[in-house]
Design a protein around this ligand. Structure first.
Ligand SMILES: NC(=O)c1ccc[n+]([C@@H]2O[C@H](COP(=O)([O-])OP(=O)(O)OC[C@H]3O[C@@H](n4cnc5c(N)ncnc54)[C@H](OP(=O)(O)O)[C@@H]3O)[C@@H](O)[C@H]2O)c1
Length: 352
């Protein structure tokens, strides 16, 4: 079966090699794992970070397979998979493996993978693999978790409830995370304003967003937000782009008790702003609004929550930018790396 792995590091074209025939992984007997025939992998910016930063000579990166998300069919179950998991051979499932697993080379971009049963969730009835991987992978799981950070508490979301009466601003509304996030916020009752380029306005409006702000048409964007929303401030600003200015100017459009959540990591957009925003007191120029840098820990729980939101009609569609065949995974990664994808970039996996 074919598989992609990192034989160097750098851009996907520099780092990745396609291996036409790798042996089928074996399922340890009595283990809590399952063997999955992968049909679709949705790509994430975190994949690009692993490929560019982690050299292939590191002992744990030998033959490292990229890819966090998966959708596919259960081929076999280990004897340690509990009955209450409700899984059987032939089930269609989707989800994501954690970033540490992918950093250690145990990714999903190959024909068959062995996964812990707890990482998978059943694909909602009527949904295909590429739609499921788009909303039950890292992007959809992150969107669920961000909405949960705003609403608080535990348990599932209910339609029209949870954010009723709230106003939410989503930056990066046209991306993999943003397209799911706006549907959740809208579905559980919020009034949602999305930020994206004018080219994506119709698509984002089609997801139910109440108002779209074209960030390219307003310079500075924060000034426009202050003018437009100074009198009707937001309860939450959810930043899927990592725009620090959006936070520093937020008192002009975010309520004093409102929440600002950024999901973009890395040194300049994650660590430095996090330290500055958390440590600088207001009398030294700090911003008088709460700030959170949220990093997802991929669990099957969030995948199951995303599937439940599909079942409830809260997440209505998976926005798919493009689908590439397995042998064109590099082109798929290059599309993702443009930062201009409208929804998810997906690779259709070859299991031959
Ligand atoms: N913390 C976590 O656990 C976590 C989880 C998942 C993702 N992330 C991070 O979150 C970010 C978003 O992920 P993603 O999967 O949604 O990425 P993505 O799908 O690659 O995002 C692409 C979208 O971003 C939009 N965009 C680019 N620049 C923008 C700007 N200045 N203002 C508004 N929109 C802009 C683009 O829209 P236009 O073409 O219209 O500009 C495009 O639709 C990434 O940095 C990713 O690493 C973090």
């Amino acid at each position: 079966m074919p598989s992609w792995s990192a034989t160097s590091h750098g851009t996907p074209r520099q780092a990745l090699t396609l291996h036409p025939a790798r042996p089928l992984p074996s399922l340890p007997p009595n283990s809590p794992y399952l063997l999955l025939r992968v049909t679709h992998v949705a790509l994430n910016p975190a994949d690009l970070v692993c490929l560019s930063l982690l050299p292939a000579w590191l002992p744990f990166r030998r033959g490292a397979v990229p890819g966090l998300d998966f959708a596919g069919e259960v081929v076999a179950l280990g004897g340690g998979v509990p009955t209450e998991a409700g899984l059987a051979e032939g089930d269609r499932v989707a989800g994501a493996v954690g970033l540490t697993g992918v950093a250690a080379g145990c990714g999903t971009l190959e024909g068959f993978v062995v996964l812990h049963w707890g990482l998978v969730a059943k694909v909602p009835v009527g949904w295909g693999g590429k739609e499921a991987v788009g909303v039950m992978g890292i992007a959809g799981q992150t969107a669920c978790a961000m909405a949960r950070r705003v609403v608080g508490g535990v348990g599932g979301f209910r339609k029209g409830d949870g954010m009723k009466g709230s106003r939410v601003l989503v930056n990066g509304a046209s991306g993999g995370v943003g397209t799911v996030l706006v549907q959740i916020c809208k579905g559980i009752g919020a009034e949602v304003v999305g930020i994206c380029s004018g080219a994506n306005e119709a698509m984002v409006k089609g997801l139910g967003v109440d108002e779209v702000i074209d960030y390219r048409a307003h310079d500075p964007l924060e000034g426009h937000l202050a003018e437009r929303f100074g009198e009707q401030q937001f309860d939450a600003v959810l930043d899927c782009v990592g725009n620090q200015a959006l936070y520093t100017h937020s008192p002009r459009y975010l309520k004093p008790e409102g929440k600002f959540i950024n999901i973009v990591g890395g040194w300049s957009q994650g660590v430095v702003p996090f330290v500055t925003n958390k440590l600088r007191p207001c009398f030294l120029g700090g911003t008088p609004r709460s700030y959170e840098l949220f990093l997802l820990s991929a669990t099957g729980e969030a995948a199951r929550e995303a599937a439940a939101l599909v079942d409830q009609g809260i997440i209505k569609e998976a926005l798919i930018d493009s689908v590439f065949p397995m042998k064109q995974a590099i082109e798929a990664y290059e599309k993702l790396a443009t930062g201009r994808a409208k929804g998810k970039v997906i690779v259709e996996v070859d299991n031959s």
